[in-house]
Ligand binder design. Structure first.
Ligand code: RTP
Ligand code: MG
Length: 154
């Protein structure tokens, strides 16, 4: 028996403000994943900068941080046998032109506005998933998650 993998999905401000996008995305998440935790927050620029620290110094960093602090974001800790890859595949390519032309039915293909306003975030590895979940849910116990007998798959 193996434990379901966890990832963090963040619905970005422009998508949270778009009722069609946010309800579609919530449905997709509910239907494909086990939803472990959900929280709506507003970040200030410092918090957004901390979250995206790996991108500090890149040309899009300020734009990204300002955008992420511009309104509510929805956080979803979600679980699936293959949560990290599945969520990133559902998102589609980071670049909006690629998403629209190559994966038009991906979330970014359908609701992406620009390379920054690209609908949602997904952790890119088990190490970043753990860091990112702890960042927003500091009381989340990975120990308990891994030792709880519920939500295992065969
Ligand atoms: P994410 O981390 O958000 O799931 O997306 P990702 O792995 O596909 O992309 P990454 O390279 O990690 O970039 C993080 C976020 O930075 C913004 N970005 N803006 N040219 C630009 O303006 C630009 N390039 C990247 C995006 O919001 C991307 O999701
Ligand atoms: Mg990334």
């Amino acid at each position: 028996m193996e434990k379901l993998q966890l990832t963090l999905a963040i619905i970005k401000p422009h998508a949270v403000k778009n009722p069609v996008a946010v309800s579609y995305i919530r449905n997709v998440i509910k239907n494909r994943f086990v939803v472990v935790r959900t929280r709506r927050v507003i970040l200030d620029a410092n918090e957004a900068g901390d979250f995206y620290q790996e991108h500090e110094g890149k040309f899009f960093f300020n734009r990204l941080v300002t955008f992420m602090a511009s309104g509510c974001i929805d956080l979803h800790v979600i679980a699936h046998k293959n949560a990290i890859d599945l969520w990133r595949r559902m998102l589609g390519p980071t670049k909006v032109y690629k998403a629209q032309f190559q994966e038009p039915y991906s979330l970014r293909g359908m609701f992406g506005i620009s390379d920054t306003r690209n609908v949602a975030h997904g952790s890119d590895s088990t190490v970043s998933a753990e860091r990112e979940i702890k960042f927003f849910f500091p009381d989340f116990s990975f120990y308990e998650w891994h030792n709880n007998d519920e939500l295992r798959y065969r």
